[in-house]
Each structure stands twice: as structure tokens, then as C-alpha cells.
Design a protein around this ligand. Structure first.
Ligand SMILES: [Zn+2]
Length: 388
């Protein structure tokens, strides 16, 4: 089931383990990750990186991701990884992400703080936790590295303290020597720096570029406050190798033959990580102690007196256009009763991402303007209720 990612990561932070945030690019990844989490009774984060949107249709894949999370018996969160802008974060929440990262780490500190604050104001008003990044985790080799050009910049403890105090970010990705993509040799990680950052912040820390680290390095990361580990390149490489092996094993070059067993290959590597990072068998504790994540259905049924059907239709169209764009609104339905003579002839059904959205939606200028100038003056006879 879906749970609040903030609660999930606080539990990991307080109990000395890390949750895997596995980036997925296809249904094979989704299935492999979820199978491993179920086998291990582990919490898991399904992560979708904006830098991968060339490889799949975000809007098409998200309903499958959400369905997998909802049918799971283990706690799941859905995260937008490396969002490019505030608009990306709004879109991610609309499509079902209940955690977002907007990566403005390449900006100078003051600009990074301002950009992060804008995302946090929006996301927190929808109930969604936010991951910030300070310092810069560069790329070295491979598809995930290509999108992270430039040199590695280490996070400093003093800047981290300023950044977290000013932004109120829920978790922080730090740069202490890991890289995006494939490693050449074992990297030097600055554990002393990590320890100082953790002592200053006392919030869950995040490591990007988890591929290729040794078991010991992972354990030391977790011992120093890392509660979320982003992991993709090794899964992608394992899947790619599986396809090469399938190609060699047979002359049958059909697509289904080439991707045969790939979900299981991915699942095997995910399971190794889950067990190594200590999140196996944590599902029950999290389900018992964390907020479950569920949308709110905001229902309005109403009647309209003395208006033409054309003007009612244009009211509905205007409402659909305006209300759909408010952050935290996932879906807007407007309808007319099928039965003649229904007590209430029309309805709005608006799905919010989280109960926090009830207030932020009500106070949003676009909603206030629509309700005050268009809707309420002609729909005096109405009932409005929020359901969870
Ligand atoms: Zn990353």
C-alpha cells in the first residue's frame, strides 16, 4: 500500500537502515522491484527520473506504478527523481507521486534555496514531502551519467545547515564522493564530512549514485544518517546483460524472447540491495506506524436555477480548465445526473492528492476566483463534502 514517504524515511533514519529508491524505466523494472520488495517484506520507493522521460511516457506509466503500489502488501512511496522545475513537481503530484525532488543543485546556494522554497511551498500545501540536493553528484559513465555533466561538488556541513533551515526540506541528497552512472574502481567517500552533516541536520540523508559501492561503504553510509539510496545503473546494466545473454542463447530475435526473464534479473539485484541496506522485514513496523497515503474525493452536488444549458456547459468547461491546474488536484470530473428529476442535477468530483490539499485548494486564487465569480452566484442550492 501507499504510505507517506516522510514517515517511511523517518522510520528508516531512526532505526538505522536505508530504503531503496529504485529508478524504473519499464514494466519489467516495476515488476522486478515490487517482487523483490514483497519477497523481502521491505518498504520500497518507486522512483521516476525526469532525465529518463525520453525512454517512457510518464503519463502512461504512472497508472501502472500507482496500481502496483496500491496492490502491494508492503509499504510503497512513489517519487519524482531529479525533477527539472516547479512545473515538473506539480505534474508529478498530479500523476500520483507522493514525494518529489527538484534538482537545482547546480545553482549558487541562494538561488538553490529560493528555487527549493518555491517547490516546498507548493508540495507541502499538497501534503507531499520534498527532497533537496546540495553539492553536486556528477556523472561518470553510462546512460544515467550523461545527464549529470560537470564536476563533483562536495556538500559542506555549514551550507547544508543553512539550506535545511531556510527551506524546511524533508530529506537532503548530499554529495560526498559518489557519482551518477558506472564507477571506475572503488570511490573515495568522505565519511567524516557525512558524519558532520548528519550531526548538524538530523534529518534523513539521501545518496545518489549508489551503483558500485562496497558492502562496507553502504553500511558506513547508513550508520551516518543515509536513509534513502537511489539505485539505477546496476539494474539497467543487469537488464542489458540479460538481453545480451538471451541473444547469444538463441537465434530467436523476437522482442518477447529478448526480454524473457529480465524482470527476474532486476528483481535479484534489488533483493540483494534490500537485504544489504537493512530494509528487509521492516514492512510491518512501517505499516503500523506511518500514515497511509490516500486521496480525498471532494464532492459537490448542486442545482442551477434559470440558466441555459449552454451557459451551464461553459461553466463546467471553465471549471475543468481552471481547477485541473491547481497543485494537488489529481482529477476533475463534472457531470449531470443520468436520472431525470434527481434531487441534485449536477456535480463536481475533484480528487485531491492528500487531505492537506483541502485547505490549499480552497484558498488557491484560481479556485477563489472561479467559485466567487462563476460558480457560487448561480449554484446556491448545493452540498459539498470531502471523503477519504
Ligand atoms: Zn541522482
Amino acid at each position: 500500500m501507499l504510505v507517506n514517504m516522510r514517515d517511511m524515511l523517518n522510520h528508516a533514519y531512526e532505526n538505522g537502515y536505508a530504503v531503496g529508491a529504485f529508478d524504473l524505466v519499464s514494466l519489467d523494472f516495476l515488476q522486478g522491484i515490487m517482487d523483490a520488495a514483497e519477497r523481502c517484506r521491505a518498504p520500497v520507493i518507486l522512483s521516476l527520473a525526469e532525465s529518463h522521460f525520453d525512454y517512457f511516457d510518464f503519463e502512461l506509466l504512472m497508472p501502472a506504478v500507482e496500481a502496483a503500489a496500491k496492490r502491494a502488501s508492503v509499504p510503497v512511496a512513489i517519487h519524482l527523481d531529479h525533477g527539472a522545475s516547479l512545473e515538473s513537481a506539480i505534474q508529478g503530484i498530479r500523476l500520483g507521486c507522493n514525494g518529489v525532488m527538484v534538482d537545482t543543485s547546480q545553482m549558487p546556494l541562494s538561488e538553490n534555496i529560493a528555487a527549493t522554497c518555491a517547490v516546498i511551498d507548493m508540495a507541502h500545501s499538497c501534503g507531499v514531502p520534498v527532497e533537496g540536493e546540495l553539492g553536486y553528484v556528477a556523472g561518470v559513465e553510462g546512460e544515467d551519467a550523461e545527464r549529470h555533466s560537470g564536476a563533483l561538488v562536495y556538500t559542506t556541513p555549514a551550507e547544508a545547515k543553512t539550506y535545511v533551515e531556510r527551506t524546511n526540506v524533508d530529506m537532503l541528497a548530499v554529495s560526498i564522493g559518489t557519482v551518477h552512472g558506472r564507477l571506475k574502481g572503488e570511490p573515495e567517500l568522505d565519511f567524516q564530512r557525512l558524519e558532520q552533516i548528519n550531526n548538524e541536520l538530523k534529518i534523513p540523508l539521501v545518496i545518489h549514485g549508489g551503483t558500485g559501492l562496497s558492502d562496507n561503504q553502504f553500511q558506513r553510509l547508513i550508520a551516518n544518517g543515509v536513509a534513502k539510496i537511489n539505485y539505477y545503473t546496476a539494474l539497467s546494466d543487469a537488464a542489458g546483460q540479460g538481453i545480451i545473454d538471451n541473444t547469444k542463447a538463441t537465434l530467436d530475435s523476437s522482442y518477447t524472447n529478448l526480454v524473457k526473464g529480465i524482470a527476474a534479473t532486476i528483481s535479484h539485484e534489488v533483493e540483494r540491495c534490500i537485504r544489504l541496506w537493512g530494509s528487509a522485514n521492516r514492512a510491518e513496523e512501517i505499516l503500523a506506524s506511518c500514515e497511509s497515503w490516500s486521496p480525498v474525493e471532494h464532492l459537490i452536488i448542486y442545482n442551477v436555477e434559470q440558466k441555459s444549458s449552454a451557459s451551464i456547459e461553459s461553466l463546467m468547461e471553465e471549471g475543468l480548465r481552471v481547477l485541473s491546474n491547481i497543485p494537488g488536484v489529481r482529477e476533475v470530473f463534472t457531470g449531470e445526473a443520468v436520472q431525470e428529476g434527481a434531487k441534485y442535477r449536477y456535480c463536481w468530483l475533484i480528487r485531491f492528492a492528500h487531505p492537506a490539499t483541502i485547505d490549499s485548494y480552497r484558498n488557491h486564487p484560481a479556485h477563489v476566483a472561479f467559485a466567487d465569480h462563476h460558480f457560487r452566484p448561480i449554484a446556491g442550492d448545493r452540498i459539498s463534502i470531502d471523503y477519504i
